[in-house]
Design a protein around this ligand. Sequence first.
Ligand code: SF4
Ligand code: SF4
Length: 452
Amino acid sequence: MQTNFTAEQLADPAMQSSEKILRTCVHCGFCTATCPTYLLLGDELDSPRGRIYLIKDMFENGRPATPDVVTHLDRCLSCLSCMTTCPSGVHYMHLIDHARAYINDTYRRPWHDRLLRGVLKRVLPYPGRFRAALVGAFFGRPLAPLLRRLPVVGGRLGAMLALAPAHLPPRSAAVPGVSFPVSGRRGRVALLTGCAQPVLDPGINDATIRLLNRLGIEVVLPKGEGCCGALVHHMGEEAAGLAFAKANIDAWSAEIDGKGLDAIIITASGCGTTIKDYGFMLREDAAYAEKAARVSGLARDITEYLASLDLGTSTAPPLTVAYHSACSMQHGQKITDAPKKLLKSLGFTVKDVPEGHICCGSAGVYNILQPEIAGQLRDRKVKNIGRTRPDVIATGNIGCITQIGQGLAAAGTATPILHTVELVDWATGGPLPPALAAAEFAAPRPLLQAAE
Ligand code: SF4
Ligand code: SF4
């Protein structure tokens, strides 16, 4: 694609990077076929190619974002399905990230949008605040039908309340410090504790530490690590995203330079995609560029890391597992086989979900900001999962667990959904995962039936 930027515009490194990306697009349109929003809305401007044109026009002309452009770019899930499909290697993720930051700098959103985004960015990345908000949501649930009727903000308020768990999960046992292997020491890793995940499902980090310790791996949760920054980064809050990234880089660098790390383990694939991109995000920062690239190079999804270890013998029953590959896992990090191979090696029958490349609608805070599209994608996903008639559903991202779990509850099914690492831990000697215990899981049986 031909571009028309001035030398002055290209003096900005972010614009220079976006111009290079724009030039790789040959506007073939292959990406439209796998874009969830184009699939649902059928509008070229809600497809990757349409959005690329909108961004090009906005950047080249150097004009502030318009309400129309913001509408179409806001509808993008950042699922990155288009990047998997694109034959020309267009790095859509960096382009849309830049466009979101540009919108944040040049566009004043309506008051209700600013208010909601302000609340989300001040609450979600902080586990203490998020936990307090969930307590509030618990008491606010009975008001959900009333709130939904409020003009302008009702849909989003209702979506927020619906996503809150019916019961507040217990606090995670994973606190800053070191967990030592049961015997011997074969390796040493840092684990990202994260922000929303340990509040919504503390069992994931607990299972990870327990499993790694049994396998001879020392696990450190360094003081100072926190949210990876993805939540605010995807809302266009560039400075806030970089501040989170730097805090994590400082915490992990102290460990790398101290006792050393073999890997930085991440159990939420949305976070993994962002941490693997720290090197790019901080490429122009003289103080952090090198450290950021080193951290990105050490970042591993838990299933990637487990693939290099001998897990031993499985003691789990031979269940049928529908594996839902999160977009950030398959499109963002290109991890497609490792989780399925792990589960198969432990005796599980693994089923791919039809239309597996299409997003479930979670996408960070997308299901709160765009509840209608997110709801349609969630229902489509639940139906497709049902076609595999699974005993359980496994995935590698807390956002998907919450989103799909909500759809399962609405469909009246008891099929449990849990993190892949919880199944691996259980199969190799760990306790029954909470999601299976809650579903009163006794014996293999198909719980979720295919949609008619
Ligand atoms: S598939 Fe790639 S090259 Fe073709 S229009 Fe989409 S982004 Fe551009
Ligand atoms: S990231 Fe997903 S929603 Fe956005 S344009 Fe690409 S395929 Fe479509």
